[in-house]
Write a protein that binds this ligand. Structure first.
Ligand code: GLN
Length: 483
């Protein structure tokens, strides 16, 4: 049961071979057994979850099921969900019960999916290892001494350990793709504006995007069919027709032009990862694709640019956590100013404070032109690189992350080492493009992801490209030992 695709689960539910309550209980039992080690979930509410499962069973009985009705889905703890504690990995929101639903939570509810629980994450989605969560680190099911990646590491570990069939994530600079790579999953960051950010706790609003994490590309397509779509409550949501993300699955790849950026196969890339990526590309050649060498000359600037722009936006977004409106408030203080200072000093962790300080600095009078404005200009050049590249190829492929899952503590002492984890993912967010990671093999017994970057709104095409590899290989179905 645990390794079945969403489509297979839906078929079992439709045929009444299993009920949603039974299926949900099976995953809840796995969570009870595995979560004490993995720490992928921060909040569970069995009663609420099972009530949804019962409602789904009634809907199925009435013949009114949608494709995901009755299927349990885990939600990253960044999406407001009415009545659920929504912590965003922070002490600041430790006791915050969301009074409304994020758009995508609402869409999953409408589809009849079952909300299985809330997954752990780096605090305010800042991190690449899930070590910054106030609720403790998440362990990688492939090796519990190693990180699952971040910031959607709880969702990634939950799917990898088959504690849920699929989960949601968010990706500001790589937070869906990098943990998907490190945990052996498929994950998609859609084109900016495709999934509504309404009810998603804001980190860097011009980069944040919600997306699905699951075993296969086909499962991602079914998740996208629920998550994507216009929402007037998010001013950056794009008014586009609803589309079927599974519509291209099974199409031939003959003649597909795959661009390999020279800069992605250079210094900094682990040789084992490079080998896995090359093998996957060889597989695509067999499927009829052609390889084109391309260049993304400004890629090397993407990390410095991101670490000016993302903290700038974060410093402004996180100003709302002031101890007045909602969230944590320091228990003792002398006056209003002291209350602000103590609340923020106690409520935020070290990485979040680092970002707020950098962000405030780069936006301050006298430094704005030198840092923020300069970074915005380079952001445009980075986006322009992709426009140029897509004149010569249909999709871009390369590694998702420079290495495999690393040990706890290995990169915490030096933030810059941690930031380099997103060397191949951040430019995609800066340009607003869709990016996906799919499992492509192993290096030293640890999963390795292949990144597929598409042009704007090419998600359906990318999902088919991922699906095609998954028809030839079984990397996406491998299970970590002990799971
Ligand atoms: N690792 C990056 C950061 O720390 C990206 C995080 C994300 O995508 N949310 O900001």
């Amino acid at each position: 049961m645990i390794n079945k695709s969403l489509k297979e689960l839906a078929a079992l539910l439709a045929a009444k071979q299993i009920s949603s309550v039974e299926l949900t209980r099976e995953f809840l039992a796995r969570i009870a057994r595995l979560n004490p080690t993995i720490n992928a979930f921060v909040t569970l509410d069995e009663e609420r979850t099972l009530a949804q499962a019962r409602a789904a069973d009634e809907r199925i009985a009435k013949g009114e099921a949608a494709p995901l009705t009755g299927i349990p889905i885990a939600q990253k703890d960044i999406f407001a969900a009415h009545g659920w504690r929504t912590t965003c990995g922070s002490r600041m929101l430790e006791n915050f019960i969301a009074p409304y639903d994020a758009h995508i939570v609402q869409e999953f509810d409408r589809a009849g999916a079952v909300n299985l629980g809330r997954t752990n994450m780096d605090e305010f989605a800042m991190g690449s290892s899930n070590e910054t969560s106030h609720y403790g680190k998440v362990r990688n099911p492939w090796d519990v001494e190693r990180v699952p990646g971040g910031s959607s590491g709880g969702s990634a570990a939950a799917v990898a350990a088959r504690m849920c069939p699929a989960a949601t994530g968010t990706d500001t600079g790589g937070s869906i793709r990098q943990p998907a790579s490190l945990c052996g999953l498929s994950g998609l960051k859609p084109t900016y504006g495709v999934c509504s950010r309404y009810g998603l706790v804001a980190f860097a609003s011009s980069l944040d995007q919600a997306g699905p994490m699951a075993k296969s590309a086909e499962d991602l397509a079914l998740m996208m069919n629920v998550m994507a779509g216009f929402d007037p409550r998010d001013s950056t949501s794009l008014p586009r027709e609803k589309e079927d993300y599974a519509r291209d699955l099974g199409k031939s790849l003959a003649g597909l032009r795959i661009g390999l950026p020279r800069e992605y196969f250079a210094e900094g890339l682990d040789s084992g990862v490079a080998q896995v990526v090359q093998n996957a590309i060889a597989e695509y050649r067999k499927l009829g694709a052609q390889i084109v060498e391309i260049s993304l000359p400004n890629n090397k600037l993407s990390i410095p640019v991101y670490y000016v722009l993302a903290p700038a936006e974060a410093s402004s977004n996180l100003a709302r956590f002031d101890g007045v409106r909602y969230g944590y408030r320091a228990p003792e203080y002398a006056d209003l100013n002291d209350m602000y200072c103590k609340t923020r000093a106690q409520g935020f962790g070290a990485e979040v404070k680092r970002r707020i300080m950098i962000g405030t600095y780069v936006l301050s009078a006298g430094y704005y032109d030198a840092y923020y404005l300069k970074a915005q200009k380079i952001r445009r050049l980075i986006a322009q690189d992709f426009v140029e590249a897509f004149k010569h190829c249909d999709v871009i492929m390369g590694p998702t992350a420079p290495g495999t899952a690393f040990k706890f503590g290995e990169k915490t002492a030096d933030p810059v080492q941690m930031y380099l984890e997103d060397l191949y993912t951040i430019a995609v967010n800066l340009a607003g493009l869709p990016g996906m990671s799919i499992p492509a093999g192993f290096a030293g017994n640890l999963p390795v992801g292949l990144q597929i970057i598409g042009n704007y709104f090419d998600e359906a095409k990318m999902l088919n490209i991922g699906h095609a590899l998954q028809q030839q290989t079984d990397w996406h179905l491998r299970l970590p030992e002990g799971v």
